[in-house]
Design a protein around this ligand. Sequence first.
Ligand code: IPD
Ligand code: CA
Ligand code: CA
Length: 260
Amino acid sequence: MNLIYGMKQELLEAAIQIAEMGGQHTLKYFKKDIEIINKADDSPVTVADRETEQILRNEISKRYPDHGILGEEFGQTNEGSSIQWVLDPIDGTKSFIHGVPFYTTLIGILVDNTPIVGIIYAPALDELCAAAIGMGATLNGEPCFVRNTEHLKDATLLATEIYRFEDEVRQEAFEALLDKTKIHRTWGDAYGHMMVATGRADVMYDPILNIWDAAALLPVVQEAGGIFCDEKGKETIHTGNGISTNKALFPAIKNIFKNT
Ligand code: IPD
Ligand code: CA
Ligand code: CA
């Protein structure tokens, strides 16, 4: 299914508005004393995650009753639709529950499984990145771009946390990435990818990504002139991990991960 320009523009604008609605709702609970529930995978979830996803879902269904929705907290509706909204109401719940503002509300729109629109909204920082394939990326409405660091020795590397891999090859690759880069920070989750897409860092690595973590990232990073890929260097959201970087650094990064 090929989306005409006007339809893509409309979906981009709708996704921005809906992300803003959801993201604003998270602020009601940010830095407040709320219950933290442990999910089956031992990751935390709160009333803020759940209510926010409901707000996003209600608004999407109201505007586009035939479109599909896949959300982290409440699963899939309209699975057969060629247009799917992929939602992570709070990406970075671990930041959120510690009162750290580096969490985001994520919306990705897939057409026939290919990401075409991405929104990364950090409500506590008032930063919203939006992109549609072929239409550029913006930060708060202004065009944004990756920066053009050419060598890993000058690069700032971000990661969600300090990883300890059971797989030796992945451990070696991560350590090589640490060895070859200059500055390391854990300003991670989707916010780390947004840092790359807005020219504030050079590489963001995340070894564990579900589709709702990744769907918004690819359009934003790609349209900012960068590359969002998996450890194999494939530009996809479907393989469970993700790296954002610029085109100059991409070959060196691909080389580091070549045996994983
Ligand atoms: C997490 C983030 C993180 C990734 C984890 C996810 P959450 O999302 O996307 O970057 O490494 O696998 O669970 O749980 O805060 O929405
Ligand atoms: Ca997430
Ligand atoms: Ca989440």
